[in-house]
Design a protein around this ligand. Structure first.
Ligand code: XUL
Ligand code: CO
Length: 478
């Protein structure tokens, strides 16, 4: 079972970038896709014919291509829904996800794909991305450098490929759409097998730095609002051959240089670290929200970075998504949410679309306390199941994910406006509103004073926590 899970993890990671062709392999046409292999990015007509612009129709609608809960312009707790959410489409899942898994080949054959990783295909895919975004009615997208453009024989060639595709993306974005965040793909290529910033090989560290430098530049050029670091290979297999202290120091050096470069190019967005406990068979160095916060504090990086909390990563590290979001928020580090969910029975990153209204409500209670996420948002780092193979499934998955988060916002707002849950929490701590409680909270109560009080008060009377009542109130709002 454990071995099978490790293989699943490894192949999942490969799946994330499964259609990337490493360095310069010639484009080839997939034999099973008729004669659509072209060296032109031209595509006649729409990519998604028959799919209308997705509109809000309200909870009674039976139309699966309409929102039932997400009404972008509606104001909730003083802010438009679209401004609470700032939804984003993840290019790697929606346009590079193939449905392959450890035991099977790709299941998706989107009509616009020709089976190649050519420049022409990259451009055609980019056109499909922006039609999708327009029809879904979102303002943001997220990408890795190597998702959107083919790698090259050299870094120079890879950068030139990226520039060409980015120029098209800039044109297609128009004035409203922009990246929620960009990132560099530092985990798929064999050069990164020992890690990127934590590699034992200095040339790999330098290559990774050059890749991040370029990815930061193009994210900035596209008007991106944030830049993300997810260290897919930053970790170790065995401590016997690893100088963990030196590797983590190197990772901090790397982040320090990134923060300096951000300032140098005048990038105003947030730099975000995305914690994860392990990927795919490694013990990772950016584990969970609390460990990432400790890392940033220890290395004096706490003012330069925030966190991108991914729900499925939080659950893999043994926490609820709500826990890691609250932990990030309380550390002043909540920068973005990668909205997805895992399968409770499966021990790896299944990246499913969020459909649990209770979970979404808890998350939104934190987001509201945080005053929103901007300049971050909700990025759907989520993919279709292997068995979902219709083009319309791409829309349905995003619609249900967006409606779930929207419903979470509505429910959370109801709970706040009703006031009984906040009141239950307020009452629970009201003994600290007393004179002595206030002294404690102001840091002015020493142990001698408290001992005197304890003697005077005798055995404390401990009230009920009212957990079931809290759960009853929570549930009745849904
Ligand atoms: C992988 C993951 C990544 C990051 C970006 O688990 O979440 O897609 O979000 O590299
Ligand atoms: Co993610």
């Amino acid at each position: 079972m454990m071995e099978a899970q490790k293989i699943l993890l490894l192949l999942f990671c490969l799946n994330l970038v499964s259609s990337l062709v490493i360095a310069g392999a010639p484009p080839t046409c997939a034999a099973n896709l008729d004669s659509k292999c072209a060296d032109s990015d031209e595509w006649k007509g729409e990519f998604f014919p028959g799919i209308p612009k997705i509109k809000y129709e309200g909870p009674s609608s039976k139309n699966h291509l309409a929102f039932k809960w997400y009404n972008p312009e509606e104001v909730i707790l003083g802010k438009k829904m679209k401004d609470w959410m700032r939804f984003s489409v993840a290019f790697w899942h929606t346009f590079r996800g193939t449905g392959s898994d450890p035991f099977g080949v790709p299941t998706k054959s989107w009509p616009w794909e020709d089976g190649t990783n050519s420049m022409a295909m990259a451009k055609r895919r980019m056109r499909a991305n922006f039609e999708f975004i327009d029809k879904l009615g979102v303002d943001f997208w997220c990408f890795h450098d190597r998702d959107i453009a083919p790698d090259g024989e050299t870094l120079k060639e890879a950068n030139a490929n990226l520039d060409e595709v980015v120029a098209l993306a800039k044109e297609l974005q128009g004035t409203k759409v922009r990246p929620l965040w960009g990132t560099a793909q530092l985990f798929s290529h064999p050069r990164y097998m020992h890690g990127a910033a934590t590699s034992s090989e200095v040339a790999v560290y330098a290559y990774a730095a050059a890749q991040v430098k370029k990815a930061m530049e193009v994210t900035h050029y596209l008007g991106g609002e944030n830049y993300v670091f997810w260290g897919g290979r930053e970790g170790y297999q065995s401590l016997l051959n690893t100088d963990m202290g030196r590797e983590i120091d190197h990772m901090a050096n790397f982040f320090e240089s990134a923060a300096a470069y951000k300032k140098k190019i005048g990038f105003k967005g947030n730099l975000l670290i995305e914690p994860k406990p392990q990927e795919p068979t490694k013990h990772q160095y950016d584990w969970d929200a609390a460990t990432a916060a400790n890392f940033l504090r220890k290395y004096g990086l706490i003012n330069d970075f925030k966190l991108n909390i991914e729900c499925n990563h939080a659950t893999l590290s043994g926490h609820s998504c709500h826990h890691d979001i609250e932990t990030a928020r309380l550390n002043g580090l909540l920068g973005n949410i990668d909205a997805n969910t895992g399968d409770p029975q499966v021990g790896w990153d299944t990246d499913q679309f969020l459909t649990d209204i209770g979970e979404a409500t808890s998350i939104m209670l934190s987001v509201i306390k945080n005053g929103g996420l901007a300049p971050g948002g909700f990025n759907f780092d989520a993919k279709l199941r292997r068995e979902s193979t219709d083009v319309e499934d791409l829309f349905i998955a995003h619609i249900v994910g967006m409606d779930t988060v929207a419903r979470g916002l509505r429910t959370a707002a109801k709970l706040i406006e009703d006031g009984s849950l906040p009141e239950l929490v307020r009452k629970r701590y009201q003994s600290f509103d007393s004179e002595i409680g206030q002294k404690i909270e102001a840091g002015k109560a020493d142990f001698e004073m408290l001992e005197k009080k304890a003697m005077e008060w005798g055995e404390p009377k401990v009230p009920s926590a009212k957990q079931e009542l809290a759960e009853m109130i929570f549930q009745s709002a849904i």
